[in-house]
Design a binder for this molecule. Sequence first.
Ligand SMILES: *Cc1c(COP(=O)(O)O)cnc(C)c1O
Length: 343
Amino acid sequence: MVDLSRFARVGLGSWPTPLEECPRLSEALGGPRVLVKRDDVNGLGVGGNKLRKLEFLLGAALAEGVDTVITSGGMQTNHGRQTAAACARLGLRCELVLTRRVTSLVESGARVAPRDDEAYERSGNVALDLLYGARLHVCDTDAEAEAIHRRLAEEAAAEGRKAVTLPVGGSNAVGALGYVAAAAELRDQLSEVDRIVCAIGSAGTVAGLALGAALLDWPVTVDAASVSGPIERHTADIDRLTAEASALLGVPAPSMAHVRVTDHALGPGYGVPTPAVWDAIRLFGRTEGITLDPVYTGKAAATLIDSVRTGGIPATDTVVFLHTGGLPGLYGYAPDLIKEAEA
Ligand SMILES: *Cc1c(COP(=O)(O)O)cnc(C)c1O
């Protein structure tokens, strides 16, 4: 049992999210039984995985009398957009610091913008951020982002507002509790699951799921597909977040031997889809009418497909693909999207 009732929480999404059988996708893969856990359709602000984290993060913030929320990410951050929607719902002021150069290229290590066209900078999540009433602060580098963060915190203090800064992706120990709860929700829907496949960015989702599964004594494997960097960094993030969240829960940090991080689908770096990612997006669309995105879920799905084809996932497995959202980001790639959809 995992008792989260002593943590402040504010309702933002509708739970449980659907767990859908995907027979046509399973057949096309020629192997495992695949179900999709629809955290992309959980309600507020077009939905996505950040809502589960925000229920705890903003629950704690409200309990402390916060009236201003500051957070940051890349131009097409889904976390920023869901934070903006949650702040609208809760009557909080939302300041989003958006940084253009976020991709650390795998080959050279250079920091670049994934894209710089009109769709990427003015559509998708960016348009929704504005629609939900957030103030946007766009900059080029991490150093500029830090300076803006400091200025916004000072401004809030000078005006007598109480501000909180949420971490990138909402990933800290409190945010991870959202996915500890999700593990219990999923196990109640279907306990005979061999593995869960999902994307990993800032790691709060995988850390929470893996911790929740361990605390429930639920023997599932979590396959995490890197969308943003080296495997070692993700592994270190998972270990740190599960240790901190365990401390918060007052339990010893369990082993994370059931988590497997891969980077098959990462390609050149964050926000850069490969041909295999577009293939995966088309496959989910054409077999199940499910929309993936080119930054996160497309890479997780490409990893699923690759693992089934290469035998990393046995044909006898029952696999839950965790759909973490990201739909608006698809429109940030509009010029490519229409070409890939026609292909
Ligand atoms: C943020 C995000 C992820 C990654 O979740 P983390 O907890 O940051 O690892 C996956 N999918 C989508 C659509 C996201 O927006």
